[in-house]
Design a protein around this ligand. Structure first.
Ligand SMILES: C[S@@+](CC[C@H](N)C(=O)[O-])C[C@H]1O[C@@H](n2cnc3c(N)ncnc32)[C@H](O)[C@@H]1O
Length: 426
């Protein structure tokens, strides 16, 4: 087993839980993970080279995966002795024929002090000078030592040298090299280039769709069903992850948009786009897999199977342009509660073989604070038990967990937050 560090995305708790579930689903041998601050997850795992890249591509919430090479206790100045030319060229740089591009990123709960930053910059420039005698060298300087995945990719650090990572926790240092970074180009393409975006309902970001799927799926399940499929973001990500898909929506236009988008995905992905979780999407993977239906009444034998799980973002209410007054928001919440309960009721009645449901609940911002859908007890009575992602005491400490243990996802300018749950059928 080797030690790796995962740099977690903007919602680190969701990222962390996504990784835990996927390591189990993908049967990657690993030891108990260990969190350092908000941003870093350390895990010892056994993973073949090719699978590491795939792991990066299927995780919506991981920005970088780093292979740990060294650990020491002391101060940052000790790097001088540790990172000598021989060790770097042998163990850190990806290739050393002619050209080396390198940079440093530091992850630390407490920011580095001026003297440390200054020292590290000097160290980097000295290193560049020393290497220059043998190679054509480029040092990618970032003033705060926070290279983004975009900078790492654009400067080809992983393929042509290294992004050297320093993780600092008090006096302990962990040093490694970045092995993979999130493919931002692919996410932008999936988000922006599809032919039928759905301006009516808010857009689900592809990374979040991936995370919802990855949190909800159990090992062995091969089909994802989205009964509120909208323009099909979640289905698209399901296909890319290598799953079979089933989708429905009450709005026929939405179903047509989904079909257009999936055709586009098949064409784009099977030709030029980089592969995510599978090598090829077959045309049969999208034929007869979507239809118009009301999620509170419909019955679809195809979807009522034990290898099917649900991952969905249903309707989150009318778009808001300002913070609503509490009594307006209550009315919206009541309508949504009815829709959600109708869905769970129908699920219990017509989809008894489906055992797990990953679902987004809306949380409404109001002039009197956050308003949650108050339906958890009723959902439980219907036989769907909320999955406890973390032990209660730990959940309380998490800023990104709702008071009742849902996972919160939001951007600062949004009036409707998302609360993610996974329910398991008893
Ligand atoms: C936020 S969008 C769904 C986004 C979608 N999950 C995705 O991945 O792109 C909400 C969708 O729910 C649909 N909807 C609302 N009520 C419904 C119902 N009773 N049954 C099925 N779909 C419904 C709307 O037509 C809308 O397309």
């Amino acid at each position: 087993m080797r030690k790796y560090a995962f740099v977690l995305g903007s919602h680190p708790l969701i990222s962390f839980l996504e990784i835990l579930n996927i390591l189990n689903v993908e049967k990657i041998p690993h030891e108990k993970p260990f969190r350092i601050g908000e941003e870093i997850l350390l895990i010892k795992m056994k993973i073949p080279e090719a699978k590491l890249k795939k792991l990066q591509n299927i995780l919506g919430g991981t920005i970088k995966i780093i292979e740990i090479m060294d650990e020491f206790s002391g101060t940052i100045f000790n790097l001088d002795k540790l990172l000598d030319e021989q060790h770097l060229t042998k163990d850190y740089f990806a290739q050393t024929d002619t050209k080396i591009n390198f940079g440093f990123s530091v992850y630390s709960q407490k920011s580095l002090v001026y003297a440390e930053i200054n020292w590290l910059r000097n160290f980097a420039f000295q290193l560049k000078r020393r290497l220059k005698t043998k190679y054509s060298v480029r040092y990618v300087d970032e003033k705060n030592f926070e290279l983004s995945s975009v900078m790492v990719a654009n400067n080809k650090l992983v393929e042509t040298g290294a992004e050297i990572i320093i993780i600092k926790q008090d006096k302990d240092f962990i040093v490694g090299r970045t092995r993979t970074v999130q493919d931002f180009r692919s996410y932008v393409q999936r988000d922006m280039e599809k032919p039928s975006p759905n301006p009516k309902s808010g857009m689900l970001p592809p990374k979040l769709a991936q995370m919802i799927i990855n949190l909800s799926r159990n090992a062995g399940q091969t089909q994802v069903f989205d009964p509120f499929c909208g323009s099909g973001v979640l289905l698209q990500e399901g296909l890319l992850l290598g799953l079979e898909i089933l989708g429905s929506d009450i709005d026929e236009e939405a179903v047509e948009a989904t079909q257009e988008n999936l055709k586009w995905l098949l064409k784009t992905f099977n030709t030029a786009a980089p592969k995510i979780g599978r090598d090829k999407i077959k045309a049969t993977s999208i034929q007869g897999r979507t239809r118009a239906a009301d999620a509170t009444r419909s019955r679809w034998q195809k979807a009522n199977q034990t290898n099917v799980f649900i991952a969905t973002e249903p309707y989150l209410g009318p778009p808001q342009r300002s913070i609503p007054l509490i009594h307006h928001a209550r009315k919206t919440a009541q309508d949504l509660e009815k829709l959600y309960l109708g869905f769970f009721e129908n699920l219990a009645k017509n989809y008894s073989k489906i055992k797990n449901v990953g679902i987004v609940f809306p949380v409404l911002k109001t002039n009197e604070g956050l308003l949650y859908l108050n339906i958890l007890d009723e959902v439980e009575k219907m036989g769907y038990k909320r999955r406890e992602f973390l032990p209660k005491e730990e959940a309380k400490k998490e800023a990104l967990s709702s008071p009742r243990g849902g996972l919160l996802y939001s951007r600062p300018d949004q009036y409707v937050l998302r609360e993610i749950f996974v329910f398991d059928k008893r």
